[in-house]
Design a protein around this ligand. Sequence first.
Ligand code: SF4
Length: 85
Amino acid sequence: MDGWRTAAACQEVDPDLFFPVGTGAPALAQEEKAKKVCRACPVREPCLREALDQPRPPSGVWGGLTEDERRSLVRRRRRRADHRS
Ligand code: SF4
């Protein structure tokens, strides 16, 4: 187990909270609850980094971002890197 996981704020929370199903209002409300836990998490950065480093993007909320939000972040970073080269 990675060292940072031992400090994860989500250890005390039902893991299902981080995997909302669907796109309706209940799923969005669940997503917001998960993000609230992440905002108070001391290991948000390494958690997000691990999600971004996976060859296949993991589902659910990691590091305070949904799968779609992480995809957008990767695209923005790639565009920024392309502009610099
Ligand atoms: S950032 Fe969120 S998902 Fe990641 S360890 Fe912290 S609480 Fe868990």
